[in-house]
Design a protein around this ligand. Sequence first.
Ligand code: ATP
Ligand code: MG
Length: 428
Amino acid sequence: MSKTLQAIRGMNDILPEQTPVWRYLENTFAQLLDGYGYKEIRLPILEFTELFARGIGEGTDVVDKEMYTFLDRNEESLTLRPEGTAGCVRAVLEHGLTGGGQVQKLWYAGPMFRYEKPQKGRYRQFHQIGVEVFNQPGPDIDAELIVLTWRLWKKLGLADSVTLQLNSLGSSEARATYRDALVAYLRERFDQLDEDSQRRLTTNPLRILDSKNAQTQSLLADAPTLHDYLDEESRAHFEGLKARLDAVGIRYEINQKLVRGLDYYGRTVFEWVTDKLGAQGTVCAGGRYDGLVSQFGGKPTPGVGFAMGVERLVLLLETLELVPAELNSPAHAYLCAFGEPAELAALALAERLRDALPGLRLLVNAGGGSFKSQFKKADKSGASYALILGDDELANRVVGCKPLRTDGEQQNIAWNALAEHLAACMQA
Ligand code: ATP
Ligand code: MG
């Protein structure tokens, strides 16, 4: 007997009962971004492996351990995108969208792929909604990105369930000086570091700062701190950002250990974190990457962006019971018809109703059936009304309209008055 086919571990089907909340999130976000003048960009899911190796950086978990990489039939090494920024930078360069200092304010949404250990809030195919801005070097745009995520939390009812963590990583020179100081400090304590951190000491020492190991964390208590090494410009940039967040009343916590997993960040980095989802608490993360475009061979171009995890936001909305009830609204009406002539008339009538009432949710019975069985299906569908069209109704050009959720008699409504009647029912 053949084995039942299954989805790949960590790659989830999003079932019909879940898609409404996904669409709600995506639509809320798209509408909000439209209000701030951001434009959508759609990017391929596959890119040349080199893009991510160069963009995200060797020595990062994503590149070293998490990418889905394979050779295609032409022996080219391709990778399923693990994040959206690298592809977005490639696209704006390829199409000259940032040439001559043009400002671009872009957003994207879609699946990302990382070979991780699947658990709640962490999957191998997951979805991000992200934003990238090019050619805006100031803290004003960093603030705008945070402000618009904050507005999203307010719209979704999540404002009290997430907190903002903020840091500045300084210039790459400042970071390099700090890295040396940190490495010198940790080298003296090498034996006390956990194994991952020992490895990172040579590959990516800043990542040791966000190690989950308790002993490593206690070692770090007396380590040199990043902000002692910040360059003057980065310090001013950071002050400018904080002043703007203060001006709109967004609270933040400065976390000097927030370094982010991807190599391309400098200056501003931030995360929105919740304590309602266990270990997978970061729902949105981003920062400034002024060096990335030139790393890809473009002219130096300031960039800043963020990405949020859709699965984690969906989980959060569900956990907090913030999914709006109207997302799963049943049909307004279920149209039953008995016999071929009535079925033909019912179909034509249904289409006229849809023309007249664009928001109408109307189910038309399919597969025939007795009065009893069709009525049962109407009831089970959750529709508010059953519409009934048999030989008598056909002859009199009326339909029977029976409320299914409230007490009330069946009423005969003339075909040409039905749209108006249903419109009133839809309002109720
Ligand atoms: P984490 O520390 O949780 O692994 P990350 O720093 O690797 O996150 P980013 O690359 O910054 O994550 O991605 C931005 C957001 O995408 C994260 O804050 C999270 O909400 C979401 N995300 C990242 N990886 C996954 C995953 N494997 N499954 C579900 N969501 C994810
Ligand atoms: Mg990760």
